[in-house]
Write a new protein. Structure first.
Length: 143
């Protein structure tokens, strides 16, 4: 459960940061919104990098497969990256309607994505990578 717990904690942290962005935009404070968005974006992209550069390669090496769940997660990461750019653009323009339109799409995508990772992929990682779990979590923390 070590991998699952660590990665789930990262998801929750990013969720909290996303909520701060939405609250600031809703209140019309675009300075605070942009600052909160930068934190959210940086931490979300770090999380993706940790998965794509540390966790997924370890899982793929252990299962001898680059097809399947990790391929789907990478595809979804790229979708999120595109939505983050659209959100940034909406914040730059201080366009509340555009922001919330993209935010709704992002929220749905992230909820579904995180559920798949937490209920399926991370559980598989906990099993397949049990012997390396501590080392992998430390590597991700320092990545």
């Amino acid at each position: 459960m070590e991998i699952s717990n660590h990665m789930r904690d990262e998801h929750r942290m990013c969720d909290d940061e996303f909520a701060k962005v939405e609250q600031a935009v809703n209140g019309g404070d675009f300075g605070a919104a942009f600052s909160a968005f930068e934190n959210f974006m940086v931490d979300t992209l770090k999380h993706f990098d940790r998965e794509e550069e540390v966790l997924f390669p370890a899982f793929e090496a252990a299962t001898l497969s680059t097809e399947g769940p990790t391929q789907v997660m990478r595809y979804e990461h790229n979708q999120v990256r595109g939505l983050l750019e659209q959100m940034k653009d909406a914040l730059d323009k201080q366009d509340k309607d555009a922001f919330f339109s993209v935010a709704d799409t992002l929220m749905i995508l992230l909820q579904q994505h995180n559920m798949k990772e937490e209920q399926m992929l991370y559980a598989m990682c906990d099993q397949v990578l049990a012997e390396q779990a501590k080392e992998l979590v430390e590597k991700m923390k320092n990545h």
